[in-house]
Design a protein around this ligand. Sequence first.
Ligand SMILES: NC(=O)C1=CN([C@@H]2O[C@H](COP(=O)(O)OP(=O)(O)OC[C@H]3O[C@@H](n4cnc5c(N)ncnc54)[C@H](OP(=O)(O)O)[C@@H]3O)[C@@H](O)[C@H]2O)C=CC1
Length: 458
Amino acid sequence: MRRTCVIGAGPSGLAASRVLASRGIPFDCYEAGSGIGGLWRYGNDNGMSGVYASLHANISKESMSFSSLPMPDSYPVFPHHTQVLAYLESYAETFGLHGHIGLRTEVTSVRPVEGGGWEVTRRSRGGAEAETDRYTEVVVANGHHWDPRLPDPAVPGAGVFEGSAVHAHAYRSPEPYAGQRVLVVGMGNSGCEIAAEISRSAARTFLSARAVAHVFPKMLLGRPADHWAVSRAAVLPRFLKDPGMALLLRLARGAPALYGLPEPVRRPLAAHPSTSDELLVQLARGAVTAKPGIRSFGRDSVSFTDGSRETVDAVVYATGYSLSFPFLAPAVFAAPDGRTELYLRTVPPRLPGLFFMGLAQPAGAAFPLLEPQAEWIADLIEGEVLLPTPAEMTRSIARARERHDKVYAPSYRHGIEIDICAYRRALRRELRAGRRRARRADARRPDAPRPAPVSDTV
Ligand SMILES: NC(=O)C1=CN([C@@H]2O[C@H](COP(=O)(O)OP(=O)(O)OC[C@H]3O[C@@H](n4cnc5c(N)ncnc54)[C@H](OP(=O)(O)O)[C@@H]3O)[C@@H](O)[C@H]2O)C=CC1
């Protein structure tokens, strides 16, 4: 009998569960933690949430909403993490998902079965024995912001540094850093927000970036900055969008030099946006000092690539996350360089029945992508649509990668970066093509033209 397994009950797993439930597709969803919500569950006992106490979403509530359930009007523009979790709880409640979700149940292995299907082994917390079941499909929705990535190889001297050193995933509040000289490494959103927060009570805060980021204010021309990623302006070609955004940033916040920042080498839309008003204020006040990349550590100090040296008591590595699938053997599927071999960020070409959710990172809206992705997976499961051949999908992935490399800075963290508008268009085109492939297969008309795969996800 057909049965689908969903791994994880964060936003991606919940969206997959809602769509499968609404289609009447039998499925089980397993979640390692005691509650749903994934990274949005502060202190999640699955160990996979790096949310800190003060965190508010850095994209607006519209961009954080599933299309089937808007966030409450009473929410602020940028909800606090407790509100995002409450929203996810109400999503699960509204669509009756709790009955499908096995909590405190960790999936430990997913293996392809000869002849089709997948063998899924899981272990319940407190349960004596691991259990194994066979599923026709597996939807992997285990998130991509939970496995801390530290500089590898380590910065020279990191082993002799005697102060505290943690990854941002372990950061919860600024209190332990009060009165200290602190170095924050990395200028993604974690680095920007944590440096700004720590600097309110630290003696000195240094923010080191090997490639300085454009810092976006949360509001641009009276709208949440993430709205621009889905505005009419978003359909402009890159050669117009990039200078347009650079101009908008210059008008909104002035030159980087005002804040002691060098001019970024990358174009504003070539990197995942770093959004923080508070960092700009703290830089302008001298509470945070911008530094280039790190050359080496000493016992109580750090040297930078510009030859400067500072005494520091503590380091926070805000250096991002690895894409990890601990339940899949690397020979089956892995993303060692932060890139995934997935057709439209969802389908591994040669692993029938295996699907991935949420491994597409847009500059703004993230949740609204998840339900359409899950609908496509459900269509594939039900045979409403058919995929291109594995060879066609592989070629399409290679073409998308080529285009991707022309747009985004070559960095691990951009491996799954997408342009949301292009991705939505590609998904719609693939749906139409997939329906035609299914009709063609039904009618057994091998002479009919075969719809081509789509590939523009950047
Ligand atoms: N309030 C919110 O909603 C928040 C959301 N987030 C989101 O969480 C996700 C993860 O963000 P974040 O934790 O900032 O991680 P990111 O991967 O986005 O950023 C990592 C940063 O560390 C730098 N870095 C990586 N490796 C090294 C290295 N070896 N040496 C020096 N620098 C290095 C990267 O530089 P380079 O670009 O050169 O690789 C980059 O500046 C993002 O989607 C972000 O938007 C994060 C915090 C708050």
